[in-house]
Design a protein around this ligand. Structure first.
Ligand code: UT7
Length: 329
């Protein structure tokens, strides 16, 4: 017997910058090839924001669509939960900038730092806010300009990441539609597998930080890969068990889009054929917490998600963090 949902996604929206950067573009600046990138990651192209773009502006574009689709207005929002690894400024939150752009004058706004599973963390927070009566309408946003913290001279990370945003309005469930389970977990002992060593309070920005390029992301790719496969497997099992459903009942898995080989290993663990898995990283690369809403919107537009569909959303990322949710659409 599956659980009754507390909250459902009433509207979704996404935004990506217009500039497309292909694998062939990287061949001009790095010792890499389209063939290597496609075989090892599944990525063919990604979007890069141009100077002048902001995370709040991308989040704003995505949020306006989500709010309109939910049939509400910005003043109806009680909370704005924005996940990003690339805040526009370190103080105040990008969520507050988004609130001002939206004119969401009755909302509490704050950022969360949960890396790639940030959208799933946000859904979990929204469910809690709705259950407690804190907010009737919660805007959950994943918005990233990872290219601003990517070392474009490091071929093992430069080719992976892209920019984008996704937003969802969460409301109290009244029927069968909504999240049937949520699961989130972290392991801070793995922090240095994927991190930005410099530029924060521990190593404030300085000429040395700049020279060492330690304000940019560092990643132990192979170790992250291994941890990702293990945590994605656990996250699938937990969300299914907590929802009281089996993998056979899932119509579509919508995983974090980091590497197609990680997605294939996760699907194999869950016993799901790739025909029941959404993959769009070939066109966007890894957009961190924006990847799941970007995949959800495309899956719905392609007719792969219909009212009543049972979905498994699952993600992992820096922290290490991981999480999952089973959703009745
Ligand atoms: O949201 C979480 C974000 N992070 C991830 O999801 C990353 C997870 N990890 C991965 O996706 C993979 O580990 C990578 C795609 C980063 C690397 O693939 P891999 O199959 O694990 O390669 P590797 O790190 O074991 O490196 C194999 C070789 C190395 O050369 P040598 O030392 O064998 O000569 C790398 O230098 O591949 C080389 N290499 C590249 N070659 C061509 C690394 N990046 C590239 C590249 N083009 N872009």
């Amino acid at each position: 017997m599956s659980r009754r949902p507390i909250a459902y996604i009433a509207g979704l929206g996404t935004a990506v910058p217009p500039r497309v950067v292909t694998n062939h573009d990287f061949e001009k600046t790095l010792e890499t090839s389209d063939q290597w990138i496609v075989e090892r990651t599944g990525i063919r192209e990604r979007r890069h924001a141009d100077p002048g773009m902001t995370v709040a502006a991308l989040a704003h574009q995505a949020s306006l669509v989500a709010i309109q689709r939910a049939g509400i207005t910005p003043v109806d929002l009680g909370s704005i939960v924005l996940s990003t690894a690339t805040p526009d400024r370190l103080l105040p939150s990008t969520a507050c900038d988004l609130q001002a752009l939206l004119g969401a004058t009755r909302a509490a706004a704050f950022d969360i730092s949960a890396a790639c599973p940030g959208f799933v963390y946000g859904l979990t927070i929204a469910e809690g806010f709705i259950a407690s009566g804190q907010s009737e309408n919660v805007l959950v946003v994943g918005a990233e300009m990872l290219t601003t913290i990517t070392d474009m001279t490091d071929r093992s990370t430069a080719i992976l990441f892209g920019d984008g945003a996704g937003a969802a309005v969460l409301r109290r469930a009244t029927g069968d539609r909504g999240m049937l389970s949520t699961f989130i977990r972290s392991d801070g002992a793995l922090a240095e597998l994927l991190y930005r060593p410099g530029g924060g309070a521990a190593r404030p920005f300085s000429a040395q930080v700049l020279e060492e390029r330690s304000h940019l992301m560092k990643m132990a790719g192979r170790e992250v890969f291994k941890a990702a496969v293990l945590t994605m497997a656990e996250a699938c099992d937990e969300a299914l068990t907590r929802a009281g459903v089996t993998a056979d009942e899932i119509d579509l898995m919508v995983p974090h889009q980091a590497n197609v080989r990680i997605i294939e290993a996760t699907a194999k663990h869950a016993g799901m054929p790739m025909s029941k898995v959404m993959v769009n990283l070939d066109r966007y690369g890894n957009t961190s917490s924006a990847s799941i809403p970007l995949a959800l919107v495309e899956a719905e537009a392609a007719g792969r998600i219909k009212p009543g569909s049972l979905l498994l959303l699952v993600a992992f990322g820096a922290g290490f963090t991981w999480g999952s949710t089973v959703v009745r659409w």
